[in-house]
Design a protein around this ligand. Sequence first.
Ligand code: C2E
Ligand code: CA
Ligand code: CA
Ligand code: CA
Length: 278
Amino acid sequence: ESKKIKNNAHIFANTMQESYLRNISIELELKKALEKNELFMVYQPQIDQDGRLYGVESLARWNNATLGMVPPDQFIAVAEKSGQMGKIGRFIITRTLQDIKEVQTVLGVVFQTSINISVRQFMEVGFLEHFLHAIQESHMSKVSITIEITENLLIEDIDYILPLLHDIKKADIQVSMDDFGTGYSSLSMLRKLPIDELKIDKSFIDTIVEDEATQKMVQNIIAIGKNFNMQVLAEGVETKEQRALLHSFGCDRFQGYYFAKPLLKEDLIAFFKANEKR
Ligand code: C2E
Ligand code: CA
Ligand code: CA
Ligand code: CA
């Protein structure tokens, strides 16, 4: 028995060490990722109640020569901890605007674009100034841009966050609360925030068809959204059944593999064209 514990402890120490070493390689490789042109963005379509393709969410991808494809939740976390988020965040904003401008020009349409903003990135001095400057440089319309924040942001100084969110709104940029229902946020807090959209976390959508308790929870989230005049988007919709149920609950917007995976800009153009024909 004690040998087993020892072995487990050994395995535990090993995996600890492995993930520690992996995070160090991620940190070191990430420092060179931008100049090596290894980072790029993909775009996942967003669909409204009538099945119309109205927008996209931009998602970061990193293909490193030695580490391979590193998932964004991994490298974003490392970027946050190692003080690299400012630089990478600015790349994400600039590249997204550049790509979307190009896609919109090819298609001759304007669509909504959501950009994920991490906590460190949001809290960085001059975040909004840089963002507005980047939009100005891209000659894109501000009203079609949304920033996605998470409930984690609310742990930070609310006296700093709240006025900044109002400035963002005044600048005609929309705000979406990502992964809603998984973190720390109270109704009284939510009511105070100038939020346009709630994104119901995928974990709820995963079990919605089988689990009645989840159905009630999702119906409640949709009701909260309606009461606060927010649009409600369900993320991670993978099946027809999930979409139908969410639609019957009055969910406004949908995103997930059922409609499309995150796409390279070339594939996004093709997807838009195919969607137009329907
Ligand atoms: P998120 O913002 O909640 O993004 C949704 C994630 O769910 C994306 O994973 C997306 O590819 C995935 N997804 C969407 N629909 C489906 C589906 O139907 N089924 C399944 N299984 N997955 C689906 P991804 O791209 O790996 O991103 C993971 C997380 O990494 C994001 O979660 C976000 O927190 C972070 N992230 C990604 N790109 C960025 C970025 O540009 N900036 C920041 N700050 N964070 C990012
Ligand atoms: Ca998101
Ligand atoms: Ca999300
Ligand atoms: Ca999520």
